[in-house]
Design a binder for this molecule. Structure first.
Ligand code: MG
Length: 295
């Protein structure tokens, strides 16, 4: 199948970056990224050849609420990141969580709740939910992130409503972006694919057919707690197959089934979970970028 053959480029492009930790950016070090434009280092200040005012000012007012002046010449330039050659390929500062080869970045719980190697079945360039083996989670923990996930509902259609191609991308192991086969499958609105499960249906439903690869690009802002109190709730932006499904939607608490969500304080970073809902959903090309809030 033509779509499946595309897995090969994913492997090639990310092969050299699979071991990079997020935040340990080795710009230009990826062996397989020869097609990507060479990234440029951030400028420490204006070059000597710049005309006064050309690259910033020192006499402008402070931006309200910030420590910087309007067009402040001293304000550090954003870090440059070489985008992936193909939009869904990982950029240079991404931590690749699955590149088509192995599940070394993932773990599961054993019979005594101990952490064990992930056992979900590997296929050619993708893996499948290990139905009824329990959910899988990353070995690393994350807070604010940009996350790219590709998934496909089982090509052999079985079940209905929440029983058809159900899995989930669960930020911090608590906040689920639903994965569900929506092709000719009806379910409740806040439980469909790309819903913030039990809270918000997506703005639109933009599914592909069972067996076809679908994309989620998620920007997630972790909740902030002071003691047991929620200072800032979580927010999620979700782009599904290139279509906006949520625009910085406020999460009302962790995902719950048949009960109202309610925040419970937790650590600032936690593992990302993929849900085992007893259906053999497929995943490939998963990468994440840690986000740092502007100061
Ligand atoms: Mg689910």
């Amino acid at each position: 199948m033509g779509r499946r053959s595309k897995v090969r480029w994913v492997t090639a492009v990310v092969g050299g970056s699979a071991l990079l930790g997020a935040g340990t950016i080795a710009l230009g070090a990826r062996q397989g990224a020869a097609q990507a434009p060479a990234p440029q280092p951030a400028q420490a200040g204006p070059p000597a050849t710049a005309k006064p005012g050309e690259l910033g000012y020192t006499d402008t007012p402070l931006i309200p609420g910030q420590k910087w002046r309007v067009h402040d010449v001293e304000r550090p330039a954003p870090t440059r990141v070489a985008p992936g050659v193909i939009a869904s390929a990982p950029p240079s500062d991404a931590l690749v969580l699955f590149d088509g080869k192995d599940l070394s970045k993932w773990a599961q719980r054993g019979p005594n709740n101990e952490i064990v190697d992930a056992k979900w079945p590997m296929r050619e360039g993708y893996f499948e939910t290990g139905a009824k083996t329990g959910s899988m989670f990353t070995r690393e923990s994350f807070g604010d992130v940009q996350l790219h996930v590709e998934w496909a509902a089982p090509p052999v259609v079985a079940g209905s409503s929440q029983g058809r191609g159900n899995s989930g991308v669960i930020l911090m192991g608590r906040y689920e972006v639903q994965v569900l086969d929506m092709h000719n499958n009806q379910t409740y609105a806040d439980g469909g694919a790309a819903s913030l499960y039990g809270q918000w249906p997506p703005l639109v439903t933009a599914p592909r057919a069972p067996g076809e690869w679908q994309t989620y690009d998620i920007i997630f802002e972790a909740p902030v707690f002071e003691g047991d109190k929620v200072v800032t709730p979580a927010f999620a932006t979700v782009i599904w197959n290139g279509v906006l499904a949520h625009h910085r939607k406020e999460l009302l608490g962790p995902t719950a089934h048949r009960t109202a969500p309610k925040y419970v304080a937790h650590a600032p970073t936690l593992p990302l979970t993929l849900q085992d809902h007893s259906n053999p959903v497929r995943y490939r090309n998963i990468w994440v970028r840690r986000l740092v809030r502007a100061s």
